[in-house]
Design a protein around this ligand. Structure first.
Ligand SMILES: [Ca+2]
Ligand SMILES: [Ca+2]
Ligand SMILES: [Ca+2]
Length: 600
């Protein structure tokens, strides 16, 4: 992986823009830097920041005034202009898209690949001088291959695009347009099972149907009979084939027969499938259902994953692979032995996960950090080059905004987003979480139409057939985009901070115990062992998180580990008050976050 770094700490977007253009001309494909905080004046010192924050009360009003320079309007809740510093490596910010419910380009109510292309500029326009885009730099496409279902996790053909979504040409166009903007695309790879309508399964079943009474199946006659787990006896997780006395394994659903991933012919099929997509320009894969490869046996499942990882890395060492192993970290960590880059961090996710607890104020934030330190030790033991994959919701989980109730619901919704984005690794955001989307209960509700604007407006999808009526009470994108206090603008700023300080996504954590308390944590992130380019500034940062209902004052002079960190690099706030640094004293508001860098 080649670092294509540039640290631009200039006051005006115009200057940034003028520097970007020649870089583009040199052919650097990645230029997804974001300057989302984007005030126009320079604040290289904490003093300057403080001066500006004095006038901050007025700035919210000013933000709606069009006469203010455009780069100041996107997020006027803080006047911290962030540096621009995106590294083209695997420590990304990834946006998970359920294509079906995202954006419909042709008016049939079903989202499609042209719809994703249409909204790429929402995710990242690749232009640092504009600040109305989210700033993510990778997309995980949920399955796009031909399938019988709306969710498409039962694959009929692994080397094509479902006609509901478009064509291979649309996919190629999506890659081209995404890469132009510095966005990588990873595909969902459903390897545990195919559809019963896949030709492998259909041919195997036809063969078994015609097998003479008492004869044993022979893969020399029909190789596909060994692609699945067929049995003469009923077993746990098996269903009977209609009309004949054979059973087949199908752990998730009768129409999703489990593949035999021990079979080298099956492994070769998936190596060929990976090659097909990588040759089109796909940047990697999200592996579905690892724990079901061989149910209840992670050791064997890991062995079954390893040939695929080797095949992909052999084809493209920079291709990225992240796995879904829905279990606790002590168990899923073992999959790192396969050489896979990342595994989703399930311990932090969901309504009872570490992020939700911390966002509710029910967990000491130092525990949120300590758990990352413990995980680092655990995962490193299996793969020294592992990259964590934090997330907190996905298409199988209730939407995060529904986890929180009462007066602080919106604050907690915002903070949860930041807690995910402050973690090291490749942070995943499920589409619509940045708008505080709602949806829980049946799976369809968790995969609701992206609320761009009012129902029926251009591009709006109708969603899965059996979806319940969901009240998107946090508002649409249209409602939120110009509101400096919206969940959307909070997210944008959080991603901007992650993009501004590469140590946040790459650093090893250490807690500054003497500065931390029951409701606030102070920790260092040191990325010097990860970032290869010595020109990158701020390879070590200090983060302060306060999840109390009151603001907190911290005397930084009490811990020598904080010596020199006297520049307020960023403040992220769920309310009106921002963090303030006055000499050694840092004040962080309730539900607030601050990032300190070394003084300049
Ligand atoms: Ca459509
Ligand atoms: Ca931009
Ligand atoms: Ca299986």
């Amino acid at each position: 992986m080649i670092d294509k770094n540039f640290l631009l700490k200039f006051g005006t977007a115009a200057l940034i823009s003028s520097l970007i253009v020649p870089l583009d001309a040199c052919g650097n494909k990645t230029k997804n830097e974001n300057n989302d905080s984007s005030a126009s004046s320079s604040t290289q010192s904490s003093d300057t920041f403080l001066d500006e924050s004095v006038s901050n009360d007025a700035s919210t009003d000013v933000s709606s005034d069009e006469s203010v320079s455009s780069e100041a309007s996107a997020d006027a809740s803080s006047n911290t202009p962030l540096p621009v510093n995106v590294i083209d490596d695997a420590y990304r910010t990834t946006y998970e898209i359920f294509v079906y419910s995202f954006y419909d380009s042709d008016g049939d109510g079903i989202g499609d690949l042209q719809g994703v292309i249409n909204k790429l500029d929402y995710i990242n326009d690749g232009d640092a001088s504009t600040t109305d885009d989210l700033g993510c730099n990778e997309i995980w496409l949920m399955p796009i291959c031909p399938s019988t279902t709306y969710h498409k996790y039962d694959v009929i053909d692994y080397c094509d695009v479902d006609p509901e979504y478009g064509t291979i040409d649309d996919y190629k166009e999506l890659l081209t347009e995404a890469h132009k903007r510095g966005i990588r695309i990873i595909n969902d790879m459903v390897m545990n099972h195919s559809s019963t309508q896949h030709k492998w399964f259909k041919e195997a079943v036809d063969y078994l149907k015609n097998l003479p009474e008492g004869a044993e199946p022979d893969s020399a006659e029909c190789p596909y009979v060994d692609y699945y787990h067929f049995s003469k006896e009923a077993q746990t997780g098996y269903e009977k084939l209609p009309g004949i006395d054979w059973y087949y394994e199908c752990r998730f659903w009768s129409e999703m027969p489990d593949l035999d991933l021990d079979n080298e012919a099956v492994q070769q099929e998936f190596a060929d499938i990976a090659k097909f997509w990588l040759e089109l320009g796909c940047d990697g894969f999200r592996m579905d259902a690892l724990t079901a490869f061989t149910t209840d046996d992670i050791a064997i499942s890991t062995d079954e994953l390893t040939p695929f990882v080797k095949a992909v890395k052999g084809l493209n060492p920079d291709a990225y692979i992240v796995g879904e192993a829905w279990t606790n970290s002590a168990s899923y960590a073992k999959f790192y032995a396969s050489g896979i880059d990342s595994l989703f961090d399930f311990d932090y996710s969901g309504s009872e996960g570490t992020i939700a607890k911390c966002a509710k104020g029910k967990l000491n934030p130092t525990k949120y950090v300590q758990q990352q330190i413990d995980e680092d030790e655990l995962f490193s033991a299996y793969n020294a080059n592992y990259i964590n994959a934090p997330f907190y919701t996905n298409h199988d989980m209730a939407r995060s905004a529904g986890y929180y109730t009462g007066k602080t619901a919106t604050q907690s919704t915002k903070l949860a987003g930041a807690l995910n984005l402050l973690m090291s690794g490749n942070a995943f955001i499920y589409y619509g979480e940045e708008l505080g989307m709602k949806g829980s209960g049946k799976d369809e509700n968790k995969r609701a139409p992206m609320p761009w604007d009012s129902e029926g407006s251009e591009g709006m999808t109708t969603g899965p057939k059996d979806i319940d009526k969901i009240n998107q009470s946090n508002g649409t994108y249209a409602d939120q985009k110009d509101d400096p206090d919206s969940i959307f603008n909070y997210y944008k700023k959080a991603i901007g901070i992650r993009n501004a300080y590469p140590a946040i996504a790459r650093g090893k954590c250490s807690i500054l115990d003497s500065l931390s308390g029951n409701r606030f944590a102070v920790w260092k992130k040191d990325a010097t062992s990860v970032i290869e380019n010595p020109d990158i500034e701020d390879q070590v940062v200090i983060i302060i998180l306060n999840n109390d209902k009151e603001s907190v004052e911290i005397d930084l002079s009490k811990d020598s580990s904080a010596d020199g960190f006297r520049s307020l690099g960023a403040s992220l706030s769920t309310g009106a008050d921002e963090a303030v640094l006055d000499g050694d004293i840092l004040t962080v508001p309730s539900f607030g976050i601050a990032v300190l860098t070394v003084s300049e």
